[in-house]
Every structure is written in C-alpha cells, then in structure tokens.
Design a protein around this ligand. Structure first.
Ligand code: ZN
Length: 177
C-alpha cells in the first residue's frame, strides 16, 4: 500500500485497459473511459460500441442523431427494460422504455404529448453538451399501463449521445397487476 502514497498509479481505461491521460474535463457518464474508446463510440461500429458500453457500470443507451434513435445499448439497459438487442437497436427511446406515447400513430417524439417530454429534451441536449431530467411516464408492458419514474443523464460522445438511466421504477409500490 505504501507505494501508492503521493503519486497515483496511472488509471486504466475501463474498456480497453489502456493507460489514460490525466483526467480531463469532468465527465459524468464516460468517466473512466479513454479518449480513444470515446472516439470509437461515433465510429458506426455497433459491436465495438457495445463493448465499450459494457464497461460502463450502469444501464447505457447510445443514441444516434438522425433519425434520433437507439444505436446500441449495453446489457444492463436491455435487462432493465426487458428488451433484446433487436428490440432496442434502431428504435426510439420511448419504444425501448415502453412509453405509451410511443404506441401512437405519430410515435415517440412526434406525438403531441411528446412536445413537453423532459426525457426527450435531455436526450436532445446530450447531442450538444450534457443534460439530465427526471419525469413520470406511463409505461406499457404485458402487465398493463403503469406510471414509472424515469431519470436520465445524457452526455455528448462525438456526434452521438450517451444516455445513462439513473432511475426506472414503477410508482405505487411496484404493484403491476
Ligand atoms: Zn479505452
């Protein structure tokens, strides 16, 4: 233990295990991920992106800008929302969450109810800088419709946005039927 006193050992990237430069500007979602791996997140290579997202210790969606939809997601996010990869990749965020407004004809982000969606606003904000939001959404699942608390943080990653799910919990004590 004594050797650690005074000078910290160089931190290793949680994804590629490469040595990281001195911690740059504070990053929330991508903390512990090196610049090289971060750059890979906008490479368009889904498998490479997934590997990096897997190293992040939280449910993460990687959003692409145009059309704005999930590019890929890590296993924690898929488990949280009960989706497989095909049900997440290429889908709107609200479709992955199960938001009732994603089942409308106009769809997630375009329905009239979506104009004031704080989650949408946070994700949009993540394409330019960083943002976070908490909201109550009606989530549709096999058990019916139930109010959920959803909280997200979003952070720019190249031309993409990292979205970390901070909370996704049914309200009213979690009863589902
Ligand atoms: Zn790395």
């Amino acid at each position: 233990m004594s050797h650690a006193a005074g000078s910290a050992a160089p931190a290793l990237c949680k994804s590629c295990q490469g040595a990281m430069e001195a911690a740059g500007p504070a990053r929330l979602i991508s903390a512990g991920i090196c610049d090289s791996c971060l750059a890979s997140l906008s490479s368009g290579n889904k498998a490479a992106c997934r590997e990096i997202l897997q190293a992040m210790d939280a449910p993460i969606l990687l959003m692409q800008p145009d059309p704005r939809q999930v590019f890929t997601a890590n296993g924690r996010a898929l488990a949280l929302f009960g989706r497989n990869l095909a049900e997440a990749e290429g889908h709107r965020g609200g479709e992955v969450f199960g938001c009732v407004h994603s089942f409308t004809q106009d769809g997630c982000g375009k329905d009239a109810h979506c104009d004031d969606c704080k989650i949408k606003a946070a994700i949009v904000g993540g394409f330019t800088s960083a943002a976070s939001a908490e909201s109550t959404l009606t989530i549709r699942s096999g058990g019916g419709d139930q109010l959920h608390t959803l909280a997200v943080s979003a952070e720019k990653a190249g031309g993409y946005a990292l979205v970390r799910i901070e909370r996704f919990e049914p309200q009213n004590g979690g009863q589902n039927d």
